[in-house]
Each structure stands twice: as structure tokens, then as C-alpha cells.
Design a protein around this ligand. Structure first.
Ligand SMILES: Nc1nc2c(c(=O)[nH]1)N[C@H]1C(S)=C(S)[C@@H](COP(=O)(O)O)O[C@H]1N2
Ligand SMILES: [Mo]
Length: 430
């Protein structure tokens, strides 16, 4: 701060102090705040428990009552809730508010309520020293804070979205947070990984003991045992008090309520890696590819998107999110004519690795029909495919195949949005 600024700040503070005598004590029944408090020195600090008559709480804030974006849940014909979706079309920037993070709802007790004082994390199997940590002990290790997306392997798959029309219901099984925790490699070094170990079985503390095998190489690279999400504790829906973050891998690998890590020499062939979350591929003669866990480059235009309406011809900003499980987003291109020609969008920095990245482009809508598409290229040069290209990649006869079988594994096809003359926006794949 230069001296001129320092001086004027001092003067400002001195001026404020002159008014101290007029102020109510800070702990008065109704906290007084705002312009009148500027420059006053606090005398007491009180915990504010009550919400005032307008429903406003100072202790733990809530959003303006006029704001309505919310998660929505999908339910199957027999009443099973599949999950809750993030309202991607309503959000700005790259961080998903924790209260709007998508939720995978596999088990009846979701989310389990776990007392962190009773929770333990066990590391055992092919290690020199089996170890058990309390949550507080985990928090004593050197920490990292990293922005990463999470995305359910079934996101964007026609199987789950037969007649879905919005960014939220088609693509809302992805969210992005700043995760705080300890690198898994830090904890593994404490236990001493033996030479024979190749995989880690990770287990959660929910009713059905969600389990998944993680390759040791990945575990030692960038996995995080997270206790923090967007600056506060991980939410119960997201795995409180500890969850595994496996950056760039399909959601199911990111074990919530993490309570056990067993070092093993072979993958455990759990339910979710053998029969759930695998796709029978025509080019493998109906067999599935196991342990294919990394998300490819992906993007979706969130505004304008399905269900929205452009009010009038003229200026509109096209914006959306891009990400890749392999690294960072290098490039996003946008087409407004159904993929015939492409223009580079502006990719907003910082483009974190394995994280949602915001892109935008100015657009003048002339009022006629248009078809908007976005295409992501990651820093390894991988390019997001169209649905037809993806079909080719797995040996499917054509895009109709997706509608019939509903590929459910890391579907990263380009989402086309059709803009009609009346300005309404629709899923062009329906
Ligand atoms: N313990 C536990 N971990 C879990 C799950 C679960 O049901 N229980 N669901 C998995 C699936 S399928 C996904 S997509 C992600 C979703 O994480 P989220 O609910 O925090 O969005 O968590 C994974 N980890
Ligand atoms: Mo999932």
C-alpha cells in the first residue's frame, strides 16, 4: 500500500472513531449493521443464532429469497431415485455451490449421518504398517486445495435421459468444487506400500459399503482424501466426513464416507466395476471394457440451452462449461450452424486440470433457426466427438444405437441445441 493510501485510510478510521459514542453496543438484541457501522470498533463478539423476522440469519447465511435454482431428482418407473441434478444452466463461473452439487443416490440410507468423532480411516493389506486414522489425525497432514470436477459415468447417456430437454436433466450429473484434503500418496507413504501392491480397494461407510478398485499408479498421482469442499466441511451428500477424490475418473470411483483402503495385487472385481457402469460394445462383440475410467474431453453450452428462450434477435452471449479427465481444457470451439463451421470461444482462465472451465462467445442471433454446438480439446490434443463419431468409435451402427441401448459409460458427445425462429431452444438429438 503506498503512503498516500495509508494516510487516507488512517484519516478515515480516525473519523469513524469520533462517532463511536453514538453506536449501539455490537451485541444488542438486534445486530445493527451496514453503513452506520463503518469504521466503528467492535466491543463484543456474539454468536448470532436467531434468524430475524425476515428469515435472515447472520450466523450461516442463506441466499436471497428471490433466487430459485435448485437440484431436481429423477425417479424410475418403479420409484427408485437415481440422483439429483445440478442446475448447470443457472450457474456462473466454475464452482458449483455445495448446496447444488449433484448427488448419486445408490443406497437407501443416503446420505448417512456420520459423527466425525467416531469415524476412522483404515489403511491395510499390502503395507508395512497398517494404520488407522481419526478425522482429526488426517487433518494434521500437509494439505492441498484443488479444483476438480466430479461426473457420474451415466451423465448425458440417453438411457437415463430418454426425453430430457434441459442442460440440468441431460448433463446435470457433473459439478465442480474446490476440494481440501490430504494427498492419498501422503497417507500411503506413512503406511509403506509393499512392492506387490498394484491396486487399492476403497470402501465407504454407508449401509451397502460402496466399494471400488483404484489403480495404485492413480492413487499415488493425484488422488485426495478430502475433508473440505468449497472452503467448509464436505457436505453429507458428498461424503462427510471423508471422501476420496479421484480426479478425472468417473464419479463411482470417488468413494464417499471413506473408511477403508486395502492395498491389493489385483482389482477386487466389485459390483460397480464389473456389471454396473460398464458398457457392452458392439466392436468388442458385446463385451465390455473394464477399468476404463477416465473421462474424455467434454463440454456443454449452458446458455442458451434446452428449455430456454431467446427473447429477441440481437446480441446474446453463448457460454458454457468444458472439462477433461485427462488434463486441462486447451480450446473450445463453437458452431452456430449445426457443426458446418466453427469459431474459437474465449476460454476463461485459470483452466485448472481436471476441472470445469468456463467458455464464452459473443453472438448475434439474426432471428432465424440456428443450431449451437460446443467442442472441447484438452491439453493432450484429444477432441470431443459428435454422437455419430462416438458411435463409430465403439463400433455402433449409428447414433440411433444410443437411443436403443443407452450407452452409460462416460458419454462425452457434443450436445447440439436447436434454436427455433420463435427463440425457443431444444435438444437437437431428440
Ligand atoms: N460411499 C459411496 N460413495 C459413492 C457413491 C455412493 O453411493 N456411496 N456413489 C458414487 C457415484 S455413482 C458417484 S457418481 C459419485 C457422486 O458423488 P456425489 O454424490 O458427491 O455427487 O460418488 C460415488 N461414490
Ligand atoms: Mo455415478
Amino acid at each position: 500500500m503506498d503512503s498516500e493510501k495509508t494516510n487516507s485510510r488512517r484519516q478515515f478510521l480516525a473519523k469513524g472513531a469520533a462517532f463511536t459514542g453514538l453506536a449501539l453496543p455490537f451485541g444488542a438484541a438486534k445486530a445493527q449493521f451496514g453503513a452506520e457501522m463503518e469504521g466503528l470498533h467492535p466491543r463484543r463478539y456474539d454468536v448470532v443464532n436467531a434468524t430475524d423476522e425476515r428469515g435472515f440469519s447472520l450466523a450461516y447465511g442463506s441466499r436471497a429469497k428471490f433466487e430459485t435454482p435448485q437440484r431436481i431428482a429423477s425417479t424410475t418407473a418403479n420409484g427408485a431415485v437415481l440422483g439429483a441434478y445440478t442446475p448447470l444452466q443457472d450457474l456462473d463461473g466454475i464452482i458449483t455451490p455445495s448446496s447444488l452439487h449433484f448427488i448419486a443416490l445408490h443406497y437407501a440410507d443416503a446420505p448417512p449421518i456420520i459423527d466425525p468423532r467416531e469415524h476412522r480411516l483404515l489403511i491395510h493389506g499390502l503395507v508395512d504398517r497398517p494404520l488407522e486414522f481419526t478425522v482429526d489425525e488426517v487433518k494434521k497432514f500437509p494439505s492441498v486445495n484443488r479444483v476438480h470436477f466430479l461426473e457420474c459415468a451415466g451423465n448425458s447417456a440417453p438411457l437415463f435421459h430418454e426425453d430430457a430437454r434441459t442442460a440440468q436433466t441431460i448433463h446435470g450429473w457433473t459439478s465442480c468444487s474446490m476440494w481440501s484434503g490430504v494427498l492419498l500418496s501422503t497417507l500411503l507413504q506413512q503406511a509403506g506400500v509393499q512392492k506387490k501392491a498394484r491396486w487399492i480397494l476403497a470402501e465407504g461407510a454407508d449401509g451397502a459399503k460402496h466399494t471400488f478398485s483404484i489403480p495404485l499408479e492413480k492413487a499415488m498421482d493425484d488422488c485426495i482424501v478430502a475433508y473440505g469442499q468449497n472452503g467448509e466441511a464436505v457436505r453429507p451428500e458428498q461424503g462427510y466426513p471423508l471422501r476420496l477424490i479421484v480426479p478425472g475418473f468417473i464419479g463411482v470411483a470417488n468413494v464417499k464416507y471413506l473408511r477403508r483402503l486395502k492395498l491389493v495385487d489385483e482389482p477386487h472385481m466389485t459390483r460397480w466395476e464389473t456389471t454396473g457402469y460398464v458398457t457392452a460394445r458392439p466392436n468388442l462383440r458385446g463385451k465390455a471394457l473394464w477399468f476404463d475410467h477416465e473421462w474424455g474431453p467434454k463440454s456443454v453450452i449452458t446458455r442458451p440451452s434446452g428449455g430456454q428462450r431467446l427473447e429477441a434477435p440481437g446480441y446474446h452471449q453463448i457460454t458454457g462449461l468444458a472439462w477433461s479427465g485427462a488434463g486441462s481444457v486447451r480450446r473450445v470451439e463453437i458452431s452456430t450452424n449445426g457443426g458446418r463451421t466453427w469459431k474459437d470461444a474465449e476460454v476463461e482462465g485459470p483452466a485448472y486440470r481436471k476441472a470445469h472451465t468456463r467458455f464464452r462467445m459473443d453472438w448475434r442471433w439474426k432471428g432465424g433457426g440456428a443450431e449451437l454446438q460446443s467442442r472441447c480439446t484438452d491439453d493432450l490434443g484429444n477432441v470431443q466427438p459428435t454422437q455419430a463419431e462416438l458411435a463409430q468409435l465403439i463400433g455402433a451402427p449409428g447414433p440411433e444405437w444410443f437411443k436403443k441401448t443407452g450407452i452409460i459409460i462416460h458419454d462425452n458427445h457434443i450436445q447440439p441445441w436447436r434454436v427455433d425462429r420463435d427463440g425457443t431452444v431444444h435438444n437437437a438429438l431428440l
